[in-house]
Design a protein around this ligand. Structure first.
Ligand SMILES: *Cc1c(COP(=O)(O)O)cnc(C)c1O
Length: 365
């Protein structure tokens, strides 16, 4: 996948690049410190500033959003059994469950919020169920209270894949504060990035401390406590994060403006609808649009590609349809929507003229 912008083509996203001199200045500090990784001063500073910015505690900066999810499972002691998850996500949400030697069990989504439908979860709970792993799809909050009630009633852990939920608030606090663990992705294509990177927010200090060990091979000096992995980010990634963090408010504001431009031009129509948002403060991470049929969707993609505009079929395919799964579970909403949804280009620097052009193509088709 191309993560950016080439020539005059317009892709679904384009990585935000801060002024190079500001990054360079931090890199010079790293050079003189002689420490390139292993939780050096830059990583510590970034973790602290990001915690303040996101208003969370018990935070780890890790190498990427996928290993963040995997550590969330291992930090909660989930290494076997079943995990109930959503079929409507990026493939990493399912692959970490498989890497942890667990079985993904799919609960279908609500067609309007695009998040897991809590009413579909209960009947899937068995003696083997260990956790629920929903996704705050496109930064929209899941049905937090219903999921919490189920988890409490059946004694299950909740891990939110909050890869899209940077700086979203719900019920008066950060969306990352819900569930036992929430994870973020700071991949270059995400709204806030460190080129590659991820974050873990744990509710319990014990889980946070266990993940601290697990993310760096599981040992302190020569004493080996637990099975670990290498999930450490480098100081260079932390430096990019510190630099980008200064622009986070500007990024959020620019995206808000572009998003409302789309809203103005693409009010729900006979042939399409948009995601229903359930949060107080949104981050405008994506602009998904769901068409009436797959035929219309493909036609629009085709027309836009003739103009060198490449939105993304996202998410596609529905994860319950992955060819390497043991059994084929049915999720009609997710299967249908994944064939009819596209995310329109949305990034800092996108012109309103392009949004106008995209909207015209959609209306004409
Ligand atoms: C991007 C993404 C991930 C994976 O994050 P990486 O940092 O690319 O490893 C996981 N889940 C969702 C929903 C994502 O969008």
């Amino acid at each position: 996948m191309n993560d950016g912008f080439q020539g005059s083509s317009v892709f679904v996203t384009k990585p935000f690049l801060p002024p190079l001199e500001e990054y360079q200045e931090l890199v010079e500090g790293i050079w003189s410190s002689n420490q390139l990784t292993n939780g050096g001063a830059t990583t510590q500073k970034f973790e602290k500033q990001l915690c303040n910015y996101l208003e969370v505690s018990n935070f780890h900066f890790v190498a990427n959003g996928t290993i963040a999810l995997q550590l969330a499972l291992s930090g909660l002691g989930i290494n076997d059994g079943e995990v109930i998850t959503t079929p409507f996500s990026y493939v990493a949400t399912t692959s970490v469950i498989l890497w942890q030697k667990c079985e993904p069990v799919y609960a279908d989504i609500d067609p309007h919020t695009l998040c897991i439908n809590p009413d579909k979860i209960e009947s899937l709970i068995t003696k083997k169920t260990k956790a629920i792993m929903p996704v705050h799809v496109f930064g929209n909050a899941c049905d937090l209270n219903a999921i919490e009630d189920l988890a409490n009633h059946y004694n299950l852990k909740v891990i939110y894949d909050a890869a899209h939920a940077f700086a979203v608030t719900c019920q008066g606090k950060s969306l990352l504060e819900f569930g036992d663990v929430s994870t973020l992705s700071f991949h270059a294509t995400k709204l806030f990035h460190t080129a590659e990177g991820g974050g873990i927010v744990s509710k319990s200090r014990d889980v946070h401390d266990l993940i601290e060990l697990q993310k760096r091979f599981g040992h302190n000096g020569d004493t080996h406590h637990v099975l670990g992995i290498n999930a450490k980010p480098s100081e260079l990634h932390a430096a990019l994060g510190l630099t980008n963090l200064k622009y986070a408010n500007d990024i959020l504001e620019q995206r808000r403006q572009l998003y409302s431009k789309y809203d103005e031009l693409l009010a729900d129509d006979l042939y399409w609808y948009r995601q229903r948002l359930t949060i107080e403060k949104y981050n405008h991470a994506y602009y998904p649009i769901i068409f009436d049929t797959e035929e219309i969707t493909l036609l629009i993609l085709n027309k836009l590609s003739e103009l060198s505009i490449f939105p993304r079929r996202y998410f596609f395919p529905s994860l319950n349809e992955l060819p390497y799964l043991k059994d084929r579970q049915q999720c009609p909403n997710s299967e249908s929507i994944s064939r009819r949804i596209i995310c329109l280009p949305l990034y800092v620097g996108l012109s309103e003229d392009t949004i106008q052009l995209i909207s015209e193509v959609i209306h004409n088709v």
